[in-house]
Structure formats: C-alpha cells, structure tokens
Write a protein that binds this ligand. Structure first.
Ligand code: ZN
Length: 557
C-alpha cells in the first residue's frame, strides 16, 4: 500500500520534484562558480583587473537589452497562451470533474425514455459488478455509445449513470478537441484520460462523457493538403489508443460518447469490439413517454386539471423531444402569466405551440378580402384532411398572421408512423393542394399563399417518382441517388428517363389536385361553412372543428 501511495505521489507531482532537484543543483553550482571567480580575481594582475572593470558598463548595457527583448517575447507568448486560449494551457484539459452523487440525477428523475433507461440500468449494474465480472472472466464494459436526435436527454442519462454508479464524472464536448494545429486535439485527449486515470486510482472509478463525439470520431479520410484532416485523424487515433489502453489497465474507467449523427457517420474503428461495444438508442419519446413527460412538467406549474387533458396533449405532440415538451410547458406558463391567469389551460398550451412553431402573432390587420381568402385556403386544408386522411387529427385552424404565414392548420398524426405507404403519401399531397383547390373553386383565381404548400407537394411527388418507383411510367430505381453526385451531364441516366420521371411527377400532382378539387366541389357547403366560421372567429379549436363536421354528418367520433 505504501509503495502504491508513493507511486501515486510521483505520478501527480513528478514535475515539481524534478524542478526542485534541478533548481537545487543550479544553486549549488552557482555558489561554486562565485567562489572560484573571487579567488581568480584576487590572484589576477592589476592591469587585468582594470581592463575587466572597464568592460562592465558595456556588458550590463547588452544584458539589459537582451532582457528587454526576451521579456517582451515571453510576455506576448504567455498572454497568447493564457488568454487567447481561454485560460488553459495549450494541449492540456483542465476539466472540472463532478462527483457522481453531486450530480444528483437519480433514476426517478429520468423520465420519458423507458427503453433507454432499461439499457442504462443494465450498464450501471455491469459497472458496479465489475469485480464479480472480472472474477468469472466476463467481458468488461469500456465504451458506451448513445445515439439519437438532439434534445432527447443523452447528457441527462449519462449523468444518471454516473450518479447511480457513484463515480466521478468528467464531461467534454467533441468540438473542444477540434483545433487547427496538428497534435493539439490528441494532446487534449491524452490529458483527459490522464485525469480520468488519477480519479479512478483515488476514487475507484471514473466516467468520461464526450458529447458530439462525431466531431472527433467522424470517418477518417485522406488529407487534401491543408493539414486539417491530418489533425482530426491524429485526434481520433489518440482516442483509439487511449480506449485500447483502458483494456490493459485494471482501472474502472467508462467512456460514454453521444452523437446526433447516424452511426454510419462514425469511423468504423470506433465501433469495433472492445471500444464502443454497447449502444444505447435514445430516441424521440413515444406516446406513453410523452404522457409521463407532460405530467412531469405540468406538475411543476399550476394547470387547469379539467381543461388540460394530458392524454390528448400527448397524442398531438408527436415528434416532440423531451426538451421540446419542457419548452412547450414553460412557454405556456409565460403566456398564462401575461394573460394574468391563475392556471394554464389548453388555450395557453396551443398558443405556446404556435408561437414555438410559427413565431409570435403579428399586429398587422389583414383586410376582409385577404382574410376571406386565407380562411378558404385553410378550410381547403382542413376539409381535405378530415375527409381523406383518417390518420390525422384536424386539431386547430387559424387565420391570425404570424412571422411567415397568413394562417395555419394544425394536423398532427394520430399515431407515430415510421414508413409512409403510397396511399398516405398521396393523401399528404392532396392535403397540401387542398388550399389551392379551395381558392380556385371559391374565387376563380389563386394567391401566392400556396408557395409553401406547393413545395411540400412537389417534394413528395418528386421523391415518389424519382426515388420510390411510384410513378405511372413504371420506372423502377432510386434515380435521386444518381443525381446527387452533382454531375451536370450524368452518364448514368438518359435524358429520356429524366423526361419520363418529370412527367410522372406532374401526373401525380395533377391527379391529386383533381381528386381534392372534386371532393371540395362536392362538399362546397361544408367548405363554405368552415371558411365563414373561421373568418368570423379567426381561430377554431378541436371541439369547434368537430362540431362543424358533425353538422354535415361527417363526424369521426
Ligand atoms: Zn397552406
């Protein structure tokens, strides 16, 4: 034990020990030289003494000039290193580590990611039972990779693992390793792992968390001559070396990397066995997860329990990350305060959603003509959605101008879908073109307000024909992938094929427009009713919309 302590002391303080020895040696030699000098002086001739004395002013003068030059250079370098480099020495990382218990994120705080949580739970077990695992010769965990879209709580989960495993936690971002100069990133990696090893020796283990690991771990590539590529390659190589080093030592160090980028973006070397061999997918929350997230955040504020239906709200927040949900509730609370309300109701939450998605309401007044046009535009979307797309809810319609739009219709999916089929794609095009159809039927002319809708419709139709083999011409193949190679004259594709595909796109758009127009013409009374109601009230909520469709016998419920 004693020897180990001394070893550790040497590891931590070797610079100081060496410096001490060096300075002492210098001082002793200086004293010896002075003594020899005085003796020589006393024995020298008087002529020699005088000539030596005459030289002293010149020597002093030269020394002062040298000292000044060195002083200026040294100060400049010191300033540059200390301040321009953010008060840290160039290749060192002085990251504050936090003790696991101080992070204070327990399992009960981890909500809205049940699947990832189960995986993480297992990881903690493996970290804790390390000794047992070693005894029976099982594989020891070294690297964990967290994958998933931003805002889903990867950092949070990593902290929870540290808290539960009761280990110190060092966190860094991959971008902190990215530097212009060769070797700097690698130096920082070395320094980071060194720090972790010290923690592990003192405290029995350490967790390193590197966010945005793709900044370091992107696929290595050939240097194009600017040196930047070499630098990122050496950084990644150093990371690999350190990770392999973890295997040999008996120290309990776990590296957790997180990335928003797809797995294929990372260098394959990182994913090889013995490196990041455990993956946790932290995905967007599903319906139940969203419900628990909403309940969690709403519990922190006052909300109207009769008005705000958490299960309904969970349904219409498809695609929201935990961060988005937290943001939604926060924004709703701010709006409630501004309206001097005692508690948050559904109308505040809806306003918050619109503000986040579309920007704040504008004070500009549309004239009646513009307002009516917008009302018909939105009514076109709403009616087509309600009648042709049973998988979508028509949740809200509004003709209050916002940052980029004159109006908006909110049509969330009722359930998550992962891959859309042809029918769903076509109904999405019909919904987008519903506005154009409604404007044309009512007024005989259309507006520039269809700009965004056309972009959506064209995008889907293009992909259907060019990428997914859904065009009338029967051409099969992902032609989009050929064009992506940015070649002006693409030898892999004939002009004939291109013309056929473009023809397919227009075919899809035209038949969708025709179907939407026929529907709206047939239901023109419903369209008029919806548009006039929207014109009058400017905003229609879920229940008001349901009521209108019920009047015409179209209710879904
Ligand atoms: Zn529109």
């Amino acid at each position: 034990m004693e020897i180990r302590k001394w070893k550790l002391f040497w590891k931590l303080h070797w610079i100081k020990i060496l410096l001490g020895i060096g300075i002492t040696a210098l001082a002793i030699s200086l004293v010896i030289f002075i003594i020899i000098g005085i003796r020589a002086w006393n024995e020298a001739e008087s002529y020699l003494r005088q000539s030596q004395l005459a030289m002293i002013p010149l020597q002093l003068y030269l020394q002062i000039i040298m000292a000044l030059i060195f002083g200026v250079v040294y100060t400049f370098m010191w300033y540059w290193l200390m301040f321009k480099r953010g008060a840290q020495s160039f290749t060192q990382t002085k990251k504050k580590s936090v003790a696991g218990e101080e992070l204070g994120i327990t399992w009960s705080d981890v909500i809205g990611m049940e699947e990832a949580k189960q995986e993480a739970l297992e990881v903690v077990k493996l970290i804790k039972d390390r000794a047992e695992l070693q005894r029976i010769g099982g594989k020891i965990l070294k690297g964990i990779l967290m994958l998933g879209p931003p805002g889903c709580g990867k950092t949070y989960l990593a902290k929870a693992i540290a808290t539960e495993a009761k280990m110190p936690f060092i966190s860094m971002s991959g971008s902190e390793f990215v530097e212009m100069f060769v070797g700097v990133g690698a130096g920082r990696i070395r320094s980071l792992f060194k720090q972790a090893r010290q923690h592990a020796e003192f405290e029995g283990g350490c967790i390193i968390f590197i966010d945005e690991i793709d900044a370091v771990g992107a696929q290595r590539s050939v240097d194009r001559g600017f040196g930047g590529q070499t630098e990122s390659n050496t950084t990644l190589n150093q990371l690999l070396v350190e990770m392999d080093g973890l295997k040999e030592k008996e120290l309990n160090i776990i590296l957790i990397g997180a990335t928003n980028a797809p797995e294929t973006f990372l260098d394959p070397a990182l994913l090889r066995p013995g490196r990041f061999d455990r993956k946790i997918y932290v995905d967007l929350p599903g319906l139940e997860d969203r419900e628990s997230l909403l309940a969690y955040y709403l519990r922190k504020v006052t909300f109207d329990q009769n008005d705000v239906k958490i299960n309904r709200l969970a349904k219409i927040t498809i695609g929201y990350s935990p961060a988005d949900i937290a943001n939604l509730v926060r924004e709703a609370a701010l709006i409630a305060v501004r309206h001097r309300k005692q508690s948050i109701t559904m109308s505040e939450i809806e306003e918050a959603r619109e503000r986040i998605a579309l920007g704040i309401k504008r004070k500009i007044k549309m004239n009646d003509e513009e307002k009516r046009q917008t009302a018909y535009h939105e009514a076109g979307h709403a009616v087509v959605t309600y009648l042709l797309a049973p998988s979508k809810d028509v949740f809200k319609a509004s003709i209050i101008p916002r940052k980029a739009t004159g109006g908006a219709t909110w049509i969330p999916e009722k359930e998550e879908t992962f891959i859309k089929d042809q029918k769903e794609l076509l109904s999405e095009i019909k919904i987008a073109l519903g506005s154009f159809a409604a404007e044309r039927i009512k007024f005989g002319f259309t507006t520039a307000g269809v700009d965004g809708d056309f972009q959506v419709a064209l995008g889907i139709a293009h992909n259907m024909a060019w990428r997914w083999g859904m065009g009338k011409s029967g051409l099969i193949g992902n032609f989009g992938s050929l064009v992506n190679q940015r070649q002006f004259a693409n030898p892999l594709m004939s002009e004939e094929t291109k013309a056929k595909l473009d023809n397919d796109v227009q075919n899809i758009l035209n038949s969708c427009l025709q179907e939407a127009s026929e529907l709206l013409r047939k239901e023109s009374a419903l369209l008029d009713r919806f548009a006039e109601e929207l014109f009058k009230k400017e905003e229609l909520n879920y229940d008001e919309i349901e009521a209108i469709f019920r009047e015409f016998g179209k209710s879904r419920t």
